[in-house]
Every structure is written in C-alpha cells, then in structure tokens.
Design a protein. Structure first.
Length: 180
C-alpha cells in the first residue's frame, strides 16, 4: 500500500484513540507507550511474518501481541489490536502511531526537532537553537541532534513535515541542479 493511502486509512484510528486517550488523565502517555510497542512489534521481522501469515486466525494474531506485551497492553489496547486484526489492518500500526504522536504533540504544544549538523553542537548552541525555534513555533522544543560530516558545513533542521536545509552540501546541490 502507498504511504499516502496508509495515512488516509490510519487517520480515523489515530483520531479515535486520541479522543479516547484525552478523556483519561494518564491516557495520552499510556497510549503513546502502547502504540510505540505495538508498532515496533508489528514491524519486527519475526512479528511481521507471523502477522502476515494467513494460517493464523485474528484471535491468534491478537494473542501474539497480548503474550509479548503482557501488562503493557491495557484492555482497550487489546480490543484495539483485535479490531485491527479482524479487519486485516495490523500493518497500519506504525502509521497510526505517527499520526497519534503528532496529535499528542500538538495538544501538548511540544515538537521534536531533528538537527543534523556538520559538526558537534555545543550545549550553548543547542540551547540557542531550542529557544529560537520555541519562540518562532510557539511550542516546547525537544532537540535530537546528530552529526553528519558529509554536510561540509551548516545544518539540516527537520520539524514534522518541514525541512530547512542550510548545509553547504545542500547549497551545492541546488547550484548543480540550477546549472543542469
């Protein structure tokens, strides 16, 4: 299935979970943990092969999640997995998780920003970037910083669907594309 199609089908599930989770005090965090575990388990090579095997019934697929995750999976989580198994939509778990996490971040006014820099950033530089992004976006910022020396200089900043490529490599690629 195409990624856009997966997102379209996954969105109503993510919205329903978010609506249910927001009703309870610890619900957002609990569902976040459950969806993360479910997503990892469904994407795992062994788990994925079992879940795609037509010889396993919907109940057996649900039991697989229940047995592996145990207490981490609430009754609502079990019902959710059972529903996905019944409609042959287990493969949607990573997309559901991604959409749910965006909804959760919007609700909590938080944003995870990935920064790939050509060199190691100092704590002061990270703090300055975090404050500037927080002010600009009106959210609490969580930075995930990595180094890629192939950028030559500068950085690439990714926040949700937005990408700012201010790397030397990115600028050189733009120039090369313009010359072609």
């Amino acid at each position: 299935m195409a990624e856009a199609e997966l997102s379209t089908i996954a969105r109503p599930y993510a919205r329903a979970i978010f609506s249910k989770a927001i009703e309870s005090s610890a619900g957002l965090g609990d569902w976040s943990k459950m969806l993360s575990s479910l997503s990892v388990l469904s994407s795992d090579e062994m788990g994925n092969s079992l879940l795609r095997n037509p010889l396993y019934t919907d109940d057996e697929k649900t039991e697989f999640f229940v047995n592996v995750l145990g207490e981490e999976l609430s009754e609502q989580g079990r019902n959710f997995v059972s529903l996905l198994a019944e409609y042959n939509r287990i493969e949607l778990l990573p997309a559901i998780r991604e959409i749910y996490e965006r909804m959760k971040a919007n609700h909590e006014k938080t944003l995870e920003v990935n920064i790939t820099s050509a060199y190691e950033l100092s704590k002061k530089e990270e703090s300055t970037l975090s404050k500037a992004l927080s002010s600009r976006l009106g959210r609490d910022i969580s930075l995930d910083v990595s180094v890629d020396e192939n950028l030559i200089g500068g950085a690439i900043i990714k926040a949700e669907d937005n990408v700012i490529d201010d790397s030397v490599r990115g600028k050189l690629e733009k120039i090369a594309n313009a010359l072609n």
